[in-house]
Design a binder for this molecule. Structure first.
Ligand code: CA
Length: 223
């Protein structure tokens, strides 16, 4: 997957580029709206990460332009602002998703993965295990007629557990994928979030359980 990053803070753009390259994506950078637009119009990219406040042409104008041209490339907007109005404008212009700066690397990667899944998706790609289904677009966990919304971290944890069915997901994996900093508090957070997930599984009356493998990590056991 080839990703175009359009971001005028060079340090941030380059750091993002390095992170994405390490994850196996191929990456190109543009540092202003105009050259970003020129690049994306070549059609060589699968996804664009687009800052809103940009020199020469702002991100929303770039986005409107490519949507008018009927390019359906997924666009993840970056914004330093968290105002609701920006988000509404961005969605109106055809953004697929948002990240408000500053953001965690793990969150960015999760959004990119979600976008790439949508790209490659057949209609039903929601991960399933036992009697549960993880509804990707709505961040919901479903069992029969029961549904519960998951927080972002809970969602990522459940996604990791389901995609590693039959294997143990280590605490390190959760910390690295979701929390970034590997300090003591992140490790404690894993336990806290696992307990949230267990409660939510009970709430939807699922037979699936998150088993603790003491000193190693967690795995799903299904009904
Ligand atoms: Ca900017």
């Amino acid at each position: 997957m080839k990703i175009l990053i359009v971001e005028d803070e060079k340090g941030l753009a380059e750091a993002l580029g390095e992170i994405l390259k390490r994850e196996g994506y191929s990456v190109d950078l543009a540092f202003d709206g105009k050259s970003g637009l020129e690049k994306v119009l070549t059609g060589r990219y699968d996804c664009m990460i687009l800052d809103i406040m940009l020199p020469l042409m702002n991100g929303l104008d770039v986005l409107s332009y490519i949507r008018v041209k009927e390019m359906d490339i997924p666009v993840l907007l970056l914004t330093a602002k968290s105002e609701v109005e920006d988000k509404i404008n961005g969605l109106d212009c055809g953004a697929d998703d948002y990240l408000t700066k500053p953001f965690e690397t793990g969150e960015l990667l999760a959004r990119i993965r979600a976008i790439s899944r949508r790209l490659n998706s057949s209609p039903d790609i929601n991960p399933k295990f036992g009697d549960i289904t993880l509804e990707l677009k709505k961040c919901e966990l479903i069992c029969g007629g029961n549904t519960v919304v998951l927080g972002r971290k809970e969602f990522r944890m459940m996604e990791l557990l389901i995609s590693n069915t039959g294997h143990i997901v280590t605490k390190e994996t959760f910390v690295n994928e979701i929390w970034e900093s590997g300090d003591e508090s992140a490790y404690n957070n894993v336990e806290v979030y696992i307990s949230f997930l267990r409660k939510k599984l009970q709430l939807i009356h699922s037979g699936v359980q998150i088993k603790t493998r003491r000193g190693i990590g967690y795995c799903l056991e299904g009904s």
